[in-house]
Design a protein around this ligand. Structure first.
Ligand code: IPM
Ligand code: MG
Length: 362
């Protein structure tokens, strides 16, 4: 059966990096006969410009009809001052929420070729391979009430709600336990249970569930300590399970262990198997349209799409192997460049991956 993949380039560097992944996907379709139909849609700032909404109805309809979605990035200074409800980021949150993409997998893997690109000592990061499982459709990002209100004394007050119910905690914890049992069997649940009741419950439920996964060694850590440990000794982690906001912060932090935020892919999965795939980085408007953005995070997101949504493990592995080979061959975008390497643009990096893929496919 032909599967539909919806492509949402978004804003800033989004269109440039997505173009590379799309090029690779089209190449794979042509070479392997993958039964895939591609469609495109608007999201974020460009959607606001064209339709007035950051997540147009049409995009949501197309997303609902797709097996998987490949997304670039949203946002930029152009839309920062518009009404809060209509900002580009709201479009991203809305699609995550509407499709119930609650499980966000963010692997932080250091390609050995990039050992020198990290700001941390080689011994600290060499061999780094961890997975952050971030809850993506609940917590303080979605909790109500929220807003900015005026108090009786005339000053304004901003407020948000951190809320998690048992089923939300259980379904994300299940993904994390299962992920850990397929990896090294170590799970660290990160919370702030010493201060926040919502995560006190989180800790209690995760602890109860551990009984069902005797092969997984569970540990709990407070978010402040976890941030420190991630920089001090990141290799102690295998799988990190955490809330929406803590996961947002920890994944940016973890990305720098791998040399550049331009290297980190992500998968956001629903329980019905639908997935949205996007780089962890943002729209980087300061470097947009210059052909210098690193497309590898998006290309690696495509590899996650092949694996998780299409069950094409072999092609996913091959694509990862191609990325690794391109790095071995010395190709580097500006963010991961070091002396002696070949500095290439966004487009050339995409071409280099295709060239290597064509040698692997024969
Ligand atoms: C991410 C991003 C988003 C988030 C923004 C753009 C809404 O930072 O995917 O990590 O906070 O989830
Ligand atoms: Mg983020």
């Amino acid at each position: 059966m032909t599967k539909k993949i919806l492509i949402l380039p978004g804003d800033g560097v989004g269109p440039e990096i997505i173009a590379q992944a799309e090029k690779i996907l089209s190449f794979l379709i042509a070479e392997t006969g993958l039964a895939i139909e591609l469609d495109r849609g608007l999201i974020g700032g460009n959607a606001i410009d064209e339709t007035g909404a950051p997540l147009p109805e049409e995009t949501l309809k197309k997303a609902n009809e797709s097996t998987a979605i490949l997304m670039g990035s949203v946002g930029g200074p152009k839309w920062e001052s518009i009404d809060r409800q209509l900002r580009p980021e709201r479009g991203l949150l809305a699609i995550r929420g509407e499709l119930e993409l609650f499980a966000n997998l963010r692997p932080a893997f250091l390609f050995s070729q990039l050992l020198k690109a990290s700001t941390l000592n080689e011994e600290v990061v060499s061999g780094l391979d961890l997975m952050i499982v971030r809850e993506l459709t609940g917590g303080i990002y979605f909790g109500n009430p929220r807003g900015i209100r005026e108090l009786s004394d005339g000053q304004r007050e901003g407020f948000n709600t951190l809320v998690y119910n048992e089923s939300e905690i259980k379904r994300i914890a299940k993904v994390a336990f299962e992920t850990a049992s397929k990896r090294q069997g170590r799970l660290c649940s990160v919370d702030k249970a010493n201060v926040l009741e919502a995560t006190e419950l989180w800790r209690e439920i995760v602890s109860e569930m551990a009984k069902d996964y005797p092969d997984v060694e569970l540990q709990h850590m407070y978010i402040d300590n976890a941030s420190m440990q991630l920089v001090r000794a990141p290799k102690q982690f295998d799988v990190i399970l955490t809330t929406n906001m803590f996961g947002d912060i920890l994944s940016d932090l973890a990305s720098m262990l791998t040399g550049s935020i331009g290297m980190l892919p992500s998968a956001s999965l629903a329980s019905d198997g639908k997935g949205m795939y996007e780089p962890v980085h943002g729209s980087a408007p300061d470097i947009a349209d210059q052909n210098i953005a690193n497309p590898l995070a998006t290309i690696l997101s495509l590899s996650m799409l092949l694996r998780y949504s299409l069950g094409e493990d072999k092609l996913a592995n091959m694509l990862e192997q191609a990325v690794s080979q391109v790095l071995t061959d010395g190709f580097r975008t500006k963010d991961i460049y070091s002396d002696g390497m070949t500095c290439v643009g966004t487009d050339e990096m995409g071409d280099a991956v295709i060239k290597t893929l064509s040698t692997l496919l024969v």
